[in-house]
Ligand binder design. Structure first.
Ligand SMILES: Cc1cc2nc3c(=O)[nH]c(=O)nc-3n(C[C@H](O)[C@H](O)[C@H](O)COP(=O)(O)O)c2cc1C
Length: 177
């Protein structure tokens, strides 16, 4: 099984990148590709820029990674109740290649934040809109209070959150395999 995973953040110390990597590494026998949104920095999307210079090669490269995968894992940073600009820009350019941004692939979507809401607002946004963008959302998980509930050594430390995470991850794995 080929999995592509990334945190929807451009922070070099992204807690969502940590959660996405952790989730991907829990899948036994999977071949995992980790993306960094900083490698896909493009001009801020505008129809004028698209007309003048076309769609950047980086958007095509990003889509190729999705196309090569059997399943996609994303953990969203929540910025002002929505996506990070870095993620939104990659998504906007990709939507110009094909409205089915997610290529009908199984997806495990997550969010985490240092606060108790765990990025639930951005996660809900993704779960409501992704099915219209060619996504098969087959697992969903929010991790509240990241610094209290996650450690680099053990991953998700709270027992009931860990169980919920594993249930959602297993539902994703059964779709992606
Ligand atoms: C511009 C900005 C806006 C933010 N807005 C929210 C927010 O609406 N809700 C929230 O829970 N946290 C918010 N935060 C805090 C983020 O959850 C926190 O920075 C988190 O570490 C982001 O995830 P990352 O480390 O993966 O980038 C915001 C942070 C920034 C820098």
């Amino acid at each position: 099984m080929k999995i592509v995973a990334f945190g929807a953040s451009s922070s070099s110390s992204s807690i969502n990148q940590k959660l996405a990597v952790f989730a991907a590494n829990q899948i036994e026998g999977a071949s995992v590709s980790i993306l960094d949104l900083n490698d896909y920095e493009m001009p801020i999307y505008s129809t004028d820029k698209e007309k003048a210079a076309g769609i950047p090669q980086l958007a095509k490269d990003f889509r190729q990674h999705l196309a090569d995968a059997d399943g996609i894992i994303i953990s969203f940073a929540e910025h002002n109740g929505s996506y990070s600009s870095a993620f939104k820009n990659v998504m906007d350019w990709n939507s110009r290649l094909d409205g089915k941004i997610w290529l009908d692939k199984p997806m495990f979507i997550m969010a985490t934040s240092p606060g108790p809401r765990g990025g639930q607002t951005v996660l809900k946004q993704a779960s409501q809109t992704f099915p219209y963008q060619g996504s098969d959302v087959s697992g969903e998980f929010s991790l509240p209070s990241f610094n209290q509930n996650f450690s680099d050594e053990a991953g998700i430390t709270d027992a009931s959150l860990r169980t919920e995470f594993e249930n959602q991850l297993n539902s994703f794995i059964s779709k992606a395999s």
